[in-house]
Design a protein around this ligand. Structure first.
Ligand code: SF4
Length: 290
């Protein structure tokens, strides 16, 4: 089997140090929506300067390089055990080169492993076999501050007056955005999953964050809700880094899973402005990156 350690190391470097073009473009559009001289505009300009410096110097975009979350889509015949070993080797080397901060802490002893490995599920790696000959690795670096403000709701929720329908989904997602204010490093991007069990729902709410900024959900009802939630979040006045202003959320992505008749979960994964997600594709022995 081919050794992908080096190409995956490069994927990690790009994810940690080079904000994707669609995210940067969205932040630049947001600057124009904030009043000249406002704290909101200043915060966005500082963020963008930081993005440029990180790219030029190959240094992390944010000091918290987050949880590395890999989604691997591999053709038939690849060993997931060997792929896991290669990903772990790349993560350890990326930490040694300071692309990643040592972030893996034993929850019982408090000891940091020092190389972003250790225990079960660190880094977080999901495998799926796919048709064809192309192997794809999607990587997201999910910061702790924004992960802390993720939320899961079980509908109906009487306190919020949220029933088991899209109107109820809207209410709980806006509640999550409201509660995230001053935390989570706005402007954020909302990954929302409706349905599933508690585990699959959170999983899907992160997976949906791999969509491109500004794309349109193929389901017209969900597309309309995504647009409405982004607009209404931006009317809350929370603004970049909580300084007030017009840009609280850059985009909203929603997916729906089947659910048990007895359950209706809504999971919200809040992604901070440091929306670090990158893709590597491997075909005919060559890596390409997006
Ligand atoms: S939430 Fe995001 S931007 Fe804020 S400190 Fe964490 S990784 Fe950095």
């Amino acid at each position: 089997m081919q050794d992908l350690t080096e190409p995956i190391l490069e994927l990690i470097r790009r994810a940690a140090t080079d904000l994707p073009p669609d995210v940067e473009a969205s932040l630049r559009q947001a600057v124009e929506k904030e009043a000249p001289g406002s704290a909101a505009r200043g915060a966005l300009e500082t963020i963008l300067k930081n993005v440029e410096l990180a790219r030029a110097n190959s240094t992390p975009i944010c000091q918290d390089t987050g949880t590395p979350i890999f989604y691997v889509y591999h053709p038939e015949g690849w060993s997931t055990r060997k792929l896991r070993a290669q990903i772990e080797a790349a993560v350890a080397e990326a930490t040694r080169r300071s692309y990643l901060r040592p972030n893996s802490v034993d929850s019982l002893t408090g000891r940091n492993s020092g190389n972003n490995l250790g225990g079960h599920h660190f880094p977080s790696i999901h495998f799926e076999e796919v048709d064809g000959e192309t192997l794809t690795v999607d990587l997201m670096l999910k910061g702790g501050g924004c992960e802390n403000v993720g939320a899961q709701y079980s509908l109906p929720n009487s306190a919020l007056g949220a029933g088991r329908d899209l109107a109820g989904v809207r209410k709980v997602v806006l509640d999550a955005v409201h509660k995230a204010q001053g935390k989570g490093c706005a402007p954020g991007i909302l990954g929302v999953a409706i349905g599933g069990d508690r585990g699959s729902s959170y999983y899907a709410s992160k997976e949906v964050l791999f969509r491109q900024m500004g794309d349109t959900n193929p389901n017209p009802e969900l597309a309309a809700l995504e647009e409405r939630l982004t607009q209404e979040s931006n009317q809350l006045g929370i603004g970049p880094m909580g300084f007030g202003g017009n840009t609280t959320v850059l985009d909203t992505k929603i997916t729906a899973l089947n659910r048990l008749p007895a359950s209706y979960f809504v999971s919200v994964s809040y992604m901070c402005w440091a929306y670090r997600r990158r893709r590597m594709t491997w075909q005919d022995g060559q890596a390409s990156y997006a």
